[in-house]
Write a protein that binds this ligand. Structure first.
Ligand SMILES: NC(=O)c1ccc[n+]([C@@H]2O[C@H](COP(=O)([O-])OP(=O)(O)OC[C@H]3O[C@@H](n4cnc5c(N)ncnc54)[C@H](OP(=O)(O)O)[C@@H]3O)[C@@H](O)[C@H]2O)c1
Length: 295
């Protein structure tokens, strides 16, 4: 399957391009970037063709992998879906409900396959944990915190949209996705904020469980880390904290996307509908926090 890559930044270079190059059944044939020199440089490394014009870029590929900020991803992904391209999307799928709805509608009408890269959901050790969580059942709650330090000066992830949207929109999708998969669909959220970009969420899940999460990208490096556990009659079951091989995880996601595209399967546990639903939780949390700040 011929893939085009949208984006030429750090994440495209260290994760998307290598994963596209090493996954069986995918071929990186085209690179689009707003900076023609960066697109040419990345494309040359993979014997792909660089593009500046989106329509020309889309014309020669079967599927598109995205590594651009969410407000840039939304409209290009919607255009790509309308042209029948399968989508490997990044989280969050968009920054507004309207943009996410447009994308979902385009995917639905075109009947293309979609997968959103909620990274942990494609890690074998996390999948094994989720399988055990689901097999045991009987969970009463979940407790989680992701204290990230991406907004430190030296981080390659200290990018403009993260400085603007903070941990809620960057790592919030990963946490909500994990809690959703372990305790059931999220039915409501209550949000409050702390200093810097610290966000606290209380989630209610279908079936009655509740969970909490604390999110920030402004933690000191010494405090950096991710903790998740669910608890119930059988005790606590903590998610693995092992090292993340992001290229291997994306390769799993690409493999599942291409398998679905080949068989005409449009639904996936991490498809664009799920991405939109996670985004609705984030948007409601942001609305509540803004109301607290202004009120
Ligand atoms: N799943 C994960 O674990 C994970 C991890 C990291 C990142 N991500 C996701 O990957 C995406 C990109 O990551 P990032 O924010 O860290 O960015 P990044 O890797 O630094 O790259 C951003 C890219 O988008 C381009 N870009 C920025 N603003 C643009 C605009 N207005 N129009 C066109 N192109 C624009 C940049 O072009 P220039 O180089 O010209 O500025 C660059 O090519 C985000 O959605 C993020 O959530 C996911």
């Amino acid at each position: 399957m011929r893939f085009g890559l949208v984006g030429t930044g750090h994440w495209a270079r260290v994760t998307h391009a290598p994963a596209l190059a090493c996954t069986e059944g995918t071929e990186l044939t085209a690179v689009w970037g707003r900076d023609p020199r960066a697109a040419a440089g990345l494309a040359a490394e993979y014997q792909a063709t660089p593009y500046h014009d989106v329509a020309a870029f889309l014309a020669g590929v079967d599927a598109v992998s995205f590594a651009v900020p969410p407000d840039v991803q939304g409209p290009i992904a919607t255009q790509a879906a309308r042209e029948g391209k399968h989508l490997l999307l990044e989280k969050p799928v968009a920054l507004t409900g309207a943009a996410a709805d447009d994308l979902v509608e385009a995917v639905e009408q075109a009947g293309v396959a979609s997968v959103v890269f909620f990274t942990q959901r494609f890690q074998p050790d996390v999948r094994a944990w989720l399988a055990e969580v689901q097999a045991r059942g009987g969970w009463i709650g979940g407790v989680s915190a992701w204290l990230g330090s991406a907004l430190r000066d030296s981080s390659p992830f200290n990018t403009p949209w993260r400085r603007d949207k903070g941990g809620l929109w960057d790592i919030g999708p990963h946490m909500i996705s994990l809690l959703w998969a372990s305790l059931g669909p999220v039915t409501s959220v209550t949000a409050d904020h702390g200093p810097l970009d610290v966000t606290h969420l209380i989630l209610h899940h279908q079936g009655g469980a509740t969970s909490t999460t604390t999110l920030t990208l402004s933690a000191p490096e010494a405090a950096d880390g991710l903790d998740v556990y669910v608890w119930g009659e059988s005790g606590r079951l903590a998610a693995p904290r092992g090292s993340l091989d992001q290229v291997a995880a994306l390769s799993v996601a690409l493999g599942e996307l291409t398998a679905n595209a080949r068989t005409g399967q449009t639904r996936h546990p991490c498809d664009v509908w799920f991405g939109r639903d996670v985004g609705r939780v984030l948007a409601e949390a942001q609305r509540q926090i803004e109301a607290r700040i202004s009120g």
